[in-house]
Design a protein around this ligand. Sequence first.
Ligand SMILES: C[S@@+](CC[C@H](N)C(=O)[O-])C[C@H]1O[C@@H](n2cnc3c(N)ncnc32)[C@H](O)[C@@H]1O
Length: 168
Amino acid sequence: MTPEMIAKAKENAAKGNYGNVEFRLGEIEKLPVDRDSVDVVISNCVINLSPDKRTVFQEAFRTLKPGGRLMVSDIVLLKELPEGIKDSVEAYVGCLSGAIMKAEYMEALKAAGFQEVRVLDETSFPVDCMANDPTAQAVIQDFNMSPEQVNEIAGSVASMNVQAVKPI
Ligand SMILES: C[S@@+](CC[C@H](N)C(=O)[O-])C[C@H]1O[C@@H](n2cnc3c(N)ncnc32)[C@H](O)[C@@H]1O
């Protein structure tokens, strides 16, 4: 996250006359938010980019009020990616190589103290999405992948929505 992103967000909020929003510069592993202070934590496709997902979930837990809810959408792996892909910068930017196994993700949420951890929705990564995504295309070209290999990678990746609750 960068100061430019915050400036842009503030500009857009002013344009839309949104007086009930606030933007803080920070990192997901160290939220600039007091403990037990928020009702809901949401995130879309950011946690998969963090190298320290356990700390991310601990931070979400710390900042939520007792009884508060977490609702995140993220990319996870159903099968391990081939070694080369894991190390690829393009795959990281494309949210592939930062992703961890689904079971590990769910376990990390529970280890942070969350309860009622539930997957609400899960979609496998569509192959046509890889065909249209420039970072996925860069990965395909870098690794000179066959259509079968592209299918295999797509079948290893899923997008899921997860809900969890901080106990009272
Ligand atoms: C795939 S985008 C998703 C953005 C937004 N949530 C959305 O739905 O459009 C990932 C975003 O995560 C931010 N990001 C990556 N690592 C982060 C971290 N450790 N802490 C905070 N933000 C991070 C990046 O700057 C980028 O804006």
